[in-house]
Every structure is written in structure tokens, then in C-alpha cells.
Write a protein that binds this ligand. Structure first.
Ligand code: SF4
Length: 547
């Protein structure tokens, strides 16, 4: 039995670190890992159920090709990739590469998951989606208000004397946060929940407010006005850090009576809430993503954030507006926009985008060229996107659909070819988080079953078939490489490790010829400057995949 420390790459606040025990290439146990201060209690039920998911008999582990009868049959990876290569090639020749939609969801986070951008760029560009189904109105609201989207470490919640959980249900969506809330409560913190629903988190509250849905902005503005009118604001903080306070003050016209009639929260309760926020600091507000999934979602988030700003509850222990913490969320900047924007020398539109939210109608209304094919990975847009009927219609109308999936989802069931997707334990990767400050290495701990390949391998193999030259810098899986220079060459197994810096290839000594041979076939016989030693390590090589 072996034990590994790994991390959960799901689209989830926590990005839990946990230990996995492996026996005979099977995960047999998942256990907490106390080294991650944000998630010491271990994973959620979903995380614990990864054992069943990974080894589920329902998993797709061989490529599936739709036959003329409409049913799927199993195929080899070679056959599936050959068909995909031919089909994409002919579609590009006739319609151009923007006739292909590359849709990627967020089902599996990690740096290597976006390797596809290099493939599609090398292919000449594609149609992509813009926007996001989850959280962008709030992100933009926080960025516009504070300049960047960050907050204190999750465990700092224990320093708060008031915690306002506004439109969030961490008892189900961010369970590790509940541990900090509980400890804060034990230390005397007041827990306030504001939610139209009586959630499981609401059961833990000292005070519960249930405004009408979509009226949170009005409630926040009424509280803001009460704070200002009753001098419950932090004038020193405002004087130092806030722009536009006087303009805001002039524009805040909402009366308590109006707020009551809009929100359904009685006037005296709005005043009471303002008094707690103004008097019992430090205050941390935990806003949820549901709060901003309204037409007025962005301004709602800005209005609630205003309360933290007016009372100086930003950037101090126990205080903050914990919408998202992008300190460790560095990979988008790494891949965007360089992966997608055209090379400067090419005078052609490289990427075309359609709305992720209006996916179905945008797909149907896209012309010059029309969409002919789609490649879908890490998502199930037929189920997850608004207006399922039009999304289904749009996907059904395409000539060719490739879906990379683990299970027969609603989207996969519409595919022409399904490529089996890796599980979280079957690929090494690097993860950021949008809640804790950690960047984590997630090691591969088991081999994939059947013919499952991570996207990095799929794209690499496809690019070879399509005679493309894409960067394999981000392919971290063990595999064979050809290492060569003017002196010679050797084929060797390779592994990417954080112990070896970028740009360096390191060989251990003593590999006999019958095991592939040693590194000396690449090293020219040159002596050191003094002492007549061998200058082994001044040795330039190139590498390429040799699988
Ligand atoms: S809480 Fe989130 S990050 Fe942790 S195991 Fe569950 S899904 Fe994964």
C-alpha cells in the first residue's frame, strides 16, 4: 500500500488537500491532510466518494464511435483519433478552423488542462466561448471596487466578531468554511445569515434575514445609508482609501420605508443590522455567487461590498469581503491572452467568441463560417447551460462532435466520438484555488484504465496525426523522449519534476546499454579548465516526444 498527498481539482472553493492510499492501482482510502490550514478536516462527501467514481463500472474507458445505427461502439484510440484527424482536417479545409467550437468547462481545474489552447492555436484558431456561467459579475464588481480580487486567508475568519453570510450556503458549498465559522461563534462572534432561503447554514445563524430574492442591493444600500446617517462609518479609513465618498453620500436616497417595501425586511431590523455592522467589528462578509446571478448582480455585489468599505472592514485581521481570493489563481494570466490572440504577423481573425450564457442561440446564429463541429471537454453544456432546448438543438445540428468525458452525460450522448477522460487521480497537475492562498501540486497516483488519456496526451497524439507542431512543455506525464545533440541521441523515459528547473534535463548515472544506455552518448569529451576533469554538465541538448 502506498500513500500520497494530493488535492481536489473540482470547481469548488476549497481545493482540499487530502491523503490517498493506493493498493494494486486502486484508491482504497481517502483521508484528511492537516498540512493545508484551510482544509485540515478533510474532503467533503463528494471528495470521499471519488473512490466509487474513479473505479465506477459506468466509466467510459475506451473511445466510443457512433455507428450508422445511432448506437456507440468501442474503438481503439488510434481509430478514434484517425477519424477525428480526418474529419477536423476536411472541415477546416472546406469551412475554416473557426467553424469548430472549442468548449471547455471547469469540471477539472489545473494548469495542464488548458494545453488545448496551444493545439487550437496551432490549428489556426477556433470559435471559443466568452463569459462564464458561475461568478463573473461578482468578480468584476470586486475588481472595479477594490482593484483586485483577494481576501484574507480562510482561517482568519476566527478573528471576526461579526460574520455575515450573505446569499451563501457554505454548509453545503464550502463546508471547510463552516469549521472556521463555528470556531468564531464559540469565541463570541455573531453569525448573521441573509438569504431568501432557510438553508442548512441558516440553521447555524444567530440572526437570519430573509429578503425577497433579487432585492439584496436595496437592502445593502439602505444599510449603507443608515451607517452614514448614524455616523457608524470609519472616517479615517474613508479619508485614506476611499474615492467618491461625498458623491455616494449624495446619491444614497433610499429610505428605510422604501427598503422595507422592496425587501420585506422591517425598518427596525435594517437599523439593527446596520448597528451590528457599524459597532461590532471586525466584520467579515461572506457573499455567495447566487447573489450576483441576477440582472443587477454586479451592482448588488458592489452595494454589499460598500458596507465593508464604509466601516473600514478591509485588509485587517477578522475583516473583509470574501467573494473570491485569486492570489493563487495565476494560470489564466499564464495562458490568456497569449494562447488565443493572433500571432502579430498573421493578418487574419484568429479567434471568434460566442457567449457561454447564450450558447444555444449564439451557436445557431453564427455565420461566416457557420459552426460545423464542436470539441467539448470538462463540461456538460447541454445540461449546464441556460435554455437547454436551444443548446440541444444547436449541438444536434452540428456535423461532428467530439466529447471528452468520463461518463455518458447528456452532452456525451450527442457526440459522434467520445474520448474517455482522465480521472482526478490519473494526471499530475498544478492547482490554484479561489479561496485559499495555496498553489498545489497534484500528483498522478494511479494509472488510467483502458485507453483513457489526459487531454494533454490526446492533443499531443492528435497533433502528430495532423502534422502540427505544438509545444509539449506542459505535458507532465511520464513518457518517452528523444534527447539529442550533435554528439548523439538517446531515447529515455522522462518525468517532469519540480526538483529540476525549467530548461534542464537531468539523467541519473549508470544506465547500461541493455536498459537504454547512458547519457555519455550525448556528452562530448571535453576537459574542465583545471584538474583534467570531465565537463559533463556543459552539455546542450534538445528534446522531443518519442512515444
Ligand atoms: S470540498 Fe470541494 S475541493 Fe474539497 S473534496 Fe469536496 S469538492 Fe473537492
Amino acid at each position: 500500500m502506498e500513500e500520497f498527498v494530493t488535492a481536489c481539482p473540482r470547481n469548488c472553493y476549497s481545493t482540499c488537500t487530502f491523503r490517498v492510499q493506493v493498493e494494486n492501482n486502486r484508491i482504497i482510502r481517502i483521508l484528511p491532510y492537516s498540512g493545508n490550514l484551510a482544509t485540515p478536516e478533510g474532503p467533503c462527501i463528494k471528495g470521499l466518494s471519488y473512490i466509487e467514481r474513479t473505479h465506477s463500472p459506468d466509466r467510459i474507458i475506451h473511445p466510443l464511435i457512433r455507428t450508422s445505427s445511432g448506437k456507440f461502439r468501442e474503438s481503439s484510440s488510434n481509430e478514434a483519433l484517425e477519424i477525428i484527424s480526418d474529419k477536423l482536417g476536411s472541415i477546416i479545409e472546406e469551412w475554416g478552423s473557426p467553424s469548430i467550437l472549442w468548449y471547455r468547462g471547469s469540471g477539472m481545474a489545473g494548469l495542464t488542462n488548458d494545453i488545448g489552447s496551444a493545439f487550437w492555436k496551432a490549428l489556426g484558431g477556433t470559435t471559443l466561448t466568452y463569459g462564464n456561467l458561475c461568478w463573473p459579475a461578482g468578480l468584476e464588481a470586486v475588481r472595479l471596487t477594490l482593484g483586485s480580487v483577494k481576501h484574507n486567508v480562510p482561517w482568519d475568519l476566527e478573528n471576526a466578531r461579526t460574520i455575515i453570510i450573505w446569499g451563501k450556503n457554505p454548509a453545503e458549498t464550502n463546508i471547510q468554511e463552516i469549521a472556521f465559522i463555528t470556531r468564531a461563534k464559540e469565541k463570541g462572534s455573531t453569525i448573521i445569515v441573509i438569504d431568501p432561503l432557510r438553508t442548512t447554514t441558516a440553521d447555524k445563524a444567530d440572526i437570519l434575514f430573509c429578503p425577497r430574492t433579487g432585492t439584496d442591493g436595496a437592502l445593502a444600500l439602505a444599510i449603507a445609508k443608515t451607517l452614514i446617517d448614524n455616523n457608524l462609518i470609519d472616517r479615517e479609513f474613508i479619508g485614506k482609501y476611499v474615492k467618491g465618498f461625498e458623491e455616494l453620500k449624495q446619491s444614497l436616497k433610499i429610505t428605510l420605508a422604501e427598503a422595507e417595501s422592496i425587501t420585506g425586511i422591517p425598518e427596525e431590523n435594517i437599523i439593527g443590522l446596520a448597528e451590528i455592522i457599524g459597532k461590532k467589528g471586525p466584520v467579515t462578509i461572506l457573499p455567495g455567487y447566487g447573489l450576483q446571478r441576477h440582472h443587477n448582480g454586479g451592482q448588488t455585489i458592489r452595494s454589499v461590498l460598500l458596507l465593508s468599505v464604509l466601516t473600514g472592514n478591509i485588509g485587517k485581521p477578522g475583516s473583509g469581503f470574501n467573494y473570491a481570493n485569486l492570489q493563487s489563481y495565476i494560470f489564466d494570466e499564464l495562458k490568456e491572452p497569449l494562447s488565443y490572440y493572433p500571432d502579430p504577423e498573421k493578418d487574419m481573425p484568429f479567434r471568434r467568441t460566442i457567449s457561454m450564457t447564450k450558447l444555444g442561440s449564439d451557436m445557431l446564429n453564427t455565420h461566416d463560417p457557420v459552426l460545423k463541429a464542436a470539441w467539448i471537454e470538462r463540461g456538460n453544456p447541454v445540461l449546464q447551460s441556460p435554455d437547454t432546448n436551444s443548446v440541444k438543438k444547436a449541438f444536434s445540428a452540428l456535423e461532428f462532435k467530439v466529447v471528452v468525458e468520463q461518463f455518458m452525460t447528456d452532452t456525451a450522448s450527442l457526440a459522434n466520438i467520445i474520448l474517455p477522460a482522465k480521472d482526478i487521480f490519473e494526471q499530475s497537475d498544478i492547482l490554484g484555488s479561489y479561496w485559499s492562498p495555496y498553489i498545489q501540486f497534484k500528483p498522478k497516483v494511479i494509472q488510467s484504465p483502458g485507453e483513457v488519456m489526459p487531454e494533454s496526451e490526446i492533443y499531443y497524439n492528435l497533433s502528430q496525426r495532423m502534422n502540427m507542431n505544438i509545444s509539449t512543455d506542459l505535458i507532465p506525464e511520464p513518457g518517452k523522449i528523444r534527447v539529442f545533440n550533435l554528439t548523439g541521441e538517446l531515447i529515455s523515459k522522462a518525468r517532469i519534476s519540480n526538483r529540476v528547473p525549467t530548461g534542464i534535463v537531468m539523467f541519473p548515472n549508470g544506465i547500461w546499454f541493455n536498459e537504454g544506455g547512458g547519457v555519455n552518448r550525448l556528452i562530448s569529451a571535453e576537459e574542465t579548465d583545471i584538474g583534467f576533469g570531465a565537463a559533463f554538465h556543459d552539455n546542450r541538448v534538445e528534446i522531443e516526444r518519442a512515444d
